[in-house]
Design a protein around this ligand. Structure first.
Ligand code: NAD
Length: 234
């Protein structure tokens, strides 16, 4: 590799789209007559917990029908070379980065395969449904909710993200619309160079030093190849 580089990669729903997991915004229509964005809120959960649990139960079940794609695998290859000098920060709640082999993955919006007990505050790895109100393995209360950061809730571990962005040489945003905060502001927090890889220019595309458009399965392996061979500026 041409030079020592500390890289922070932000991923959004677009990196998993070609694995078959729809993004919320890309014209995939409604879920049981509901806008997915309106199901992903604390208010929706308070109004109709069964509806929200079923929405996430379906999404959790869908994970076993999809596989990581070439973009996830390319980031895992990059981590194998860079080790601690690469951090993947993801808005995704799927587990495709981990299944591709990435280990340093920070889920700012939680994980589908985790359940959070609102009684005892314990979190549990979870692969089954929650709509049938199973007891919490720790305290027995039937108060497990998806361990997902809903719109209006605070993202997880922003101190980790801020620290990484302050010390990186390169920030790369992949498959994210640039509309969900605080992730949309990471480009402003990042020290060093900035690059966007997205199907189309995102809402914040002009904030990046460079923006490339195309599918993640083409752009990400190509960019990782450049980093590993030292053939580009970064
Ligand atoms: P988004 O749906 O708002 O935007 C997705 C972006 O990806 C768009 O800009 C789109 O142009 C781009 N895109 C679509 N297909 C692509 C492809 N093949 N290659 C490259 N880019 C592509 O997603 P977001 O910005 O991540 O935010 C929405 C919220 O929805 C997040 O908080 C996230 O937690 C949640 N979400 C997660 C998943 C998942 O975990 N897989 C799926 C849907 C929504």
């Amino acid at each position: 590799m041409a030079r020592h580089t500390r890289i922070v990669v932000l991923t959004g729903a677009g990196i998993s789209a070609e694995s078959g997991l729809p993004t919320f915004r890309d014209a995939n229509g409604l879920w049981e007559g509901h806008d997915p964005m309106q199901v992903a809120t604390p208010e929706a959960y308070a109004d109709d917990p069964d509806l929200v649990q079923r929405f996430y139960d379906e999404r959790r079940a869908a994970l076993s029908r999809v596989e990581p794609n070439a973009a996830h695998r390319a980031l895992a290859r990059l981590e194998a070379e860079l080790g601690d000098d690469l951090l993947v920060v993801t808005q995704n709640v799927d587990d495709l980065h981990e299944r591709a082999g990435s280990r340093r993955v920070h889920h700012v919006h939680g994980r589908l395969r985790s359940a959070w007990c609102t009684t005892c505050d314990e979190r549990h790895d979870w692969s089954g449904p929650l709509a049938d109100r199973p007891p919490c393995p720790a305290c027995g209360a039937a108060t497990l909710r998806p361990d997902i950061v809903w719109f209006g809730e605070l993202p997880y571990g922003m101190d980790v993200v801020e620290e990484a962005l302050e010390h990186c040489d390169l920030f790369v945003s992949i498959g994210t619309s640039g509309l969900v905060y605080p992730a949309a502001a990471f480009v402003h927090w990042a020290r060093g160079a900035t690059l966007e890889l997205n199907l189309e220019p995102s809402a914040g595309a002009t904030d990046f030093a460079e923006s490339r458009t195309g599918p993640a399965t083409r752009l990400v392996p190509a960019w990782v190849g450049e980093v590993l061979t030292g053939s580009s500026g970064r």
